[in-house]
Design a protein around this ligand. Structure first.
Ligand SMILES: [Zn+2]
Ligand SMILES: [Zn+2]
Length: 350
């Protein structure tokens, strides 16, 4: 068992009010409770939701001051007295949803994100934009030794969100799935996971994303802005509509269009959160064609393990850009302008 020297303070990126300055400060390191690990974060992914949390878009669900971040990967450096299944030195992932009760109907059936007692790291509890973090032993994700830690980080939210939504779409190998917002962060994961799961992919996005989507494995690309009758076009190229749609685009129009072109008995999975969240649904075709509409948000611990395995085996690629903790404000600026193409990861050694 290796041992680590733990300093008394650590670097953390924190803001005191929504939209206020994002500052790197020296802050105390928490002691792990009996059932917790202390994880030294080596890499933390930067997710679009971190930007929204700082903006105050989820102020009803956030503490303030707040240390954001919910895609942390690192090593266990200390453990509480009752921890059994971990060792100091093990590689661990710190994801968004933790501290669920493990005993309600949802937890018992593997739907942990729907538990009423969850804590969201980086939202209602400090997250992974700090060098050290405590997490309950059963919540931390084991990361295998053949997995690069930096690649593991973005899987903990972005990767598993895309993977879970595809599972929810109930599209079988050889069948067709449409992915909207396909050129973005979730979409780029989604195209690859869909291929790995045997699905044929129609990617929808702005024409500038066509080459990117096709290089990731999309069989068809549809320009979501310039195509005159999207529903008609998609029904034609898919010979009756896709078996499933995964909607990552965070706007209403693509959601409503999906309900028009999805195949009879098909499933539309909504993931992207538009600001004004109400959409118009024509119930008559929905009923006659037996269409399913459902929501999906992140995944369970098991979904996370599965999503991680595809990356460890090299089947799903994670293009990375490394930045320093101090660079997060400038990354947020680029995110606002839609100028981030790869997964941006904070490297704490920089
Ligand atoms: Zn996220
Ligand atoms: Zn529960």
């Amino acid at each position: 068992m290796s041992s680590f020297t733990i300093p008394s303070t650590q670097r953390a990126l924190i803001f005191d009010k929504f939209n206020g300055p994002l500052e790197v400060r020296q802050l105390p390191i928490s002691e792990p409770e009996d059932d917790e690990l202390l994880v030294k974060i080596e890499y933390s992914g930067i997710c679009h939701s971190d930007l929204h949390a700082w903006h105050g878009d989820f102020d009803y669900a956030c503490i303030c001051p707040l240390i954001g971040g919910h895609e942390g990967a690192g090593s266990v450096v200390k453990m509480g007295a009752k921890v059994k299944d971990w060792n100091v030195g093990d590689r661990a992932g710190v994801k968004l949803i933790n501290a669920n009760c493990l005993n309600c109907e949802y937890c018992k059936t593997g739907h942990e994100p729907q538990c009423d007692r969850i804590q969201n790291y980086g939202f209602d509890r400090h997250g992974t934009f700090q060098e050290y973090i405590t997490i309950r032993d059963v919540d931390a994700i084991k990361i295998s030794s053949d997995m690069h830690l930096a690649k593991a980080a973005p899987v903990l939210c972005g990767g598993v969100t895309a993977y879970k939504a595809l599972k929810e779409a109930n599209v079988k190998a050889g069948q067709i799935v449409v992915i909207t917002g396909a050129g973005g962060g979730l979409g780029s994961f989604g195209i690859q996971y869909a291929n790995a799961m045997g699905m044929r992919v129609v990617a929808i996005d702005h024409s500038s994303k066509e080459n990117h989507c096709k290089s990731l494995g999309a069989e068809w690309f549809v320009d979501g802005f310039e195509t005159s009758d999207i529903a008609d076009h998609i029904r034609k190229i898919t010979n009756g509509g896709p078996h499933g749609v995964v909607s990552f685009a965070a706007s209403k129009k693509p959601m409503e269009q999906a309900l028009e072109y999805v195949r009879k008995r098909g499933t539309v999975v909504l993931v992207g959160l538009p600001k004004d969240s109400k959409i118009l649904v024509d119930t008559t075709p929905l009923i006659f064609n037996a269409i399913t509409i459902k929501g999906s948000i992140i995944g369970s611990r098991l979904d996370t393990d599965e999503a991680m395995e595809f990356v460890a085996r090299g089947i799903v690629k994670v293009p990375l850009e490394f930045v320093k903790l101090e660079d997060i404000p400038s990354v947020y600026e680029r995110m606002k302008d839609g100028k981030v193409n790869s997964r941006v990861v904070v490297d704490f050694s920089l």
